[in-house]
Design a protein around this ligand. Structure first.
Ligand SMILES: [Ca+2]
Ligand SMILES: [Ca+2]
Ligand SMILES: [Ca+2]
Ligand SMILES: [Ca+2]
Length: 282
């Protein structure tokens, strides 16, 4: 029996290894943050997480106000109900276009997290109508929205060139709840997509699933468009945190290898013991 002790020791070490990645439920309230470049297009607002180690998120505003409906930066404004967008078209600053809207142009917020996040909830703090589209970046590197069209972002539309994936189109009140706090809550991302980059747009037909003919398969029907005005109050989801490694998603391989290296001599010793016991060469 004593020969099995080293085996048990090694097994114990392996079982007690910290998980390469751990998950942490976190939320980000989007009403009090810091702002860089405020008062101009292309400003960035940053927000901390509700939990230690939840990481920060930076938000910027975009709209298809460029030539040929290409994307340009807009101004991301902070209101008591949450984030709104004033884009470069002259009429977008007044009520209710000061919100994130799809009247005349399509407004969208780009969220850049410093961790990998699987968002599962979007909270709207102010709205008239609040149908919305959500995408996550699953391409390589860092997404660059400037000069692109919305349709070019979506892999389903252009043969996997844009790097973005439709998470879903969501409709109030069908896909949202209002649990008595005066806010709309959407449960999103039933597919469990993870990314550091998320795009939340006023409902946008550029992101329809090809061939869609009804809401049930992520279609944005024409009569749902042009009347959506909302402010983003909070996001919630699960953060993938790394332990023992360097950056995001880093598997602590050196630690694992070290423990394995420690364990191998023990295994060898143990095999010698068994071999001796059984009278065979080790
Ligand atoms: Ca707007
Ligand atoms: Ca507008
Ligand atoms: Ca609606
Ligand atoms: Ca609508």
């Amino acid at each position: 029996m004593k020969y099995f002790a080293p085996f048990l020791l090694v097994l114990g070490l392996l079982v007690s290894l910290p998980q390469a990645q751990a998950s942490l439920a976190t939320s980000w309230t989007l009403t009090n943050g810091s702002c860089s470049g405020c008062g101009s297009y292309g400003n960035v607002r940053s927000f901390g997480a509700s939990t230690v180690d939840g990481g920060d998120v930076a938000a910027s505003a975009w709209a298809d106000t460029g030539t040929g409906n290409t994307l340009e930066t807009a101004e991301l404004k902070s209101w008591s109900g949450g984030l709104g967008i004033t884009n470069r078209s002259g009429a977008d600053g007044g009520y209710p276009n000061h919100a994130i809207d799809n009247r005349d142009n399509y407004d969208a917020v780009l969220f850049s997290f410093d961790k990998t996040v699987s968002l599962d909830e979007i909270v709207i703090g102010w709205w008239k109508d609040a149908d919305l589209s959500v995408l996550a970046y699953t391409g390589s590197g860092t997404p660059d929205l400037a000069g692109q069209t919305y349709a070019a972002l979506d892999d389903a539309q252009n043969g996997s060139m844009g790097g973005w994936e439709l998470v879903g189109n969501y409709f109030d009140p069908q896909d949202s709840s209002e649990p008595g706090d005066g806010k709309l809550h959407y449960n999103i991302n039933s597919g469990g997509i993870s990314s550091s980059y998320w795009l939340v747009s006023a409902l946008n037909p550029a992101f329809n699933t090809p061939g869609c003919s009804s809401r049930a398969i992520d279609c944005a029907p024409g009569n749902y468009l042009g009347n959506d005005y909302f402010k983003l109050y909070a996001l919630a989801g699960t953060v993938t945190t790394s332990s023992g490694g360097g950056g995001n998603n880093t598997v602590p391989a050196p630690a694992s290898l070290l423990l394995l290296a420690l364990g191998l001599p023990l295994l060898r010793l143990s095999w010698r013991g068994i071999a001796r016991h059984a009278g065979v060469p080790a």
